[in-house]
Ligand binder design. Structure first.
Ligand code: PFF
Length: 458
């Protein structure tokens, strides 16, 4: 455990294949599945959005995820050093790492606030509050929380202290082990919820909403949002997967791991959607209820189930755990850069990152109370952090990473990282992915970004 840059063999890493899978899945699965996916699907018209999201995940997300992990494993360094090392001359590719650090701070500043609501819900559920079969009541409980500046701030500090504590204690292994055991539990609970929800009268309406596309609802802005979600979900476009790739074992099959993570992640999102939307239609909520959707529907559903009070607490505890794995991976980006490149010790790098987050996060925490009227360009600071990261920084990072692999790094080095397909298989897969990354991925992302930001509509 040395602070020297490019510490080589002394760098930490994941210990086993299962550890690699758990950590990578732990980064992907998080609030994105349980909070963002249902919220965005609801706000953007349902099935059409889901379809575009699926396409973006397959065509853009998966190749980029493989690319990022491969870069990381080849270089075995933080994103900035990695890109410098693989391509020391020519274009300043390492800027991707700087942009990634900015994206990590931006995402963490609103993400930590949503986790703050989750923590608050755990506490409230454990002390017997929240549950109500009256939708107006569950809505009111949520509004009371987010419009209270003190609760919003304090719960965010609790979350940041919790995450910081884990990183400071260096018990990443503890978390890894815990996640491995608890993720299946989250899966089970979602299955249970889903099973229950699908007996509700709103079932048919919910399934139609989720699976029968209304084509006219797919606008360029919807496509951009869906693509942004694909980036956010798979933790790509900002160096997170590069960082985790640098901890991968040499024998890990990168394409297979990425595919498994993508599929598992997708299942969690779909389960969450099928747990939430039948309730939405049955209890008279609107799918477009926004960030409050999960927080108002889930307590209303559990109010109908025997033992709902306990299950509600369990549900939010598992959500908190899922979010913890994602937050750890987000924080790892600035921490490892500050540590390896700027020579800070890991504890100092962690504390500095936390300090920045307390300051930046406050803007998001207070965006529905003290700062509710502060809406430059029509968005709260919370919404800006969310919008800029998913719809601008991550896709832009995705373009740059695709171009890096396709044009600068080269097919041969890339092929060497795609293990376990046999010599010929590696080459064929690398050729295909390189072709995609060279032309299709960057062009597609650019097109979607420009259209989504309204460049073509004048
Ligand atoms: N993938 C996480 C989620 O869906 O909750 C969020 C996330 C984690 C985004 C790590 C980006 C990242 F680098």
């Amino acid at each position: 455990h040395t602070a020297s840059p490019n510490a080589g063999a002394t760098r930490g890493g994941f210990s086993s294949g299962l550890g690699v899978l758990a950590a990578t899945l732990g980064s992907a699965v998080g609030l994105g599945n349980i909070w963002k996916f249902p919220t965005l699907t609801g706000a953007n018209g349902g099935a059409g959005f889901l379809l575009v999201y699926l396409l973006s995940t397959l065509l853009i997300g998966l190749p980029l995820m493989v690319a990022e992990i491969a870069i990381g494993r080849q270089a075995r360094a933080n994103p900035i050093s990695a890109l410098r090392q693989l391509r020391p001359h020519g274009a300043p590719w390492w800027l991707i790492g700087m942009a990634g650090m900015a994206a990590a701070f931006l995402i963490l500043s609103f993400y930590s606030e949503v986790v703050a609501w989750v923590f608050a819900y755990v506490a409230k559920a454990l002390t017997g509050g929240l549950l109500s079969s009256d939708p107006a009541q569950t809505q009111a409980s949520f509004d009371a929380l987010v419009t209270d500046p003190v609760q919003s701030l304090v719960w965010q500090w609790v979350v940041l202290a919790f995450i910081g504590g884990i990183l400071l204690l260096g018990v990443t292994r503890g978390i890894e082990a815990a996640t491995k055991k608890l993720m299946p539990l989250l899966f089970l609970l979602l299955l249970l919820l889903c099973g229950y929800s699908l007996t509700l009268p709103g079932r048919a309406q919910a399934l139609a909403f989720l699976f029968a596309p209304e084509w006219h609802k797919i606008t360029p802005a919807v496509v951009l949002t869906a693509m942004g979600l694909a980036f956010f979900k798979l933790s790509i476009g900002m160096g997170t997967m590069m960082t985790y790739g640098s901890y991968f074992t040499a024998s890990q099959n990168i394409p297979a791991t990425a595919t498994r993570v993508m599929l598992a992640d997708l299942s969690v999102s779909l389960l969450a959607g099928m747990a939430i939307f039948p309730a939405v239609f049955s209890f008279g909520f609107t799918p477009s209820a926004g960030p409050a959707l999960v927080f108002i529907t889930i307590p209303a559903v559990f109010a109908q189930i025997p033992g709902g009070q306990v299950l509600l607490a369990v549900f939010f505890i598992l959500t908190a755990i899922a979010a913890t794995g994602a937050m750890l991976s987000l924080m790892e980006v600035p921490v490892v850069i500050l540590h390896e490149r700027w020579g800070l010790t890991r504890p100092r790098a962690t504390l500095l990152t936390l300090l920045v987050l307390v300051l930046l996060g406050a803007g998001c925490a207070l965006s529905q109370s003290t700062l509710a009227q502060f809406r430059p360009g029509g968005r709260t600071l919370f919404d800006w952090a969310d919008h800029l990261s998913s719809n601008l920084l991550l896709p832009a990072g995705g373009i740059a990473i695709a171009l890096f692999v396709g044009w600068a790094w080269g097919e041969r080095a890339f092929a060497a990282q795609l293990s376990n397909h046999g010599e010929l298989g590696n080459r064929a897969l690398a050729r295909l992915l390189c072709l995609l990354l060279r032309w299709v991925t960057p062009a597609l992302i650019l097109l979607v970004m420009l259209a989504g930001l309204g460049v073509f509509s004048g």
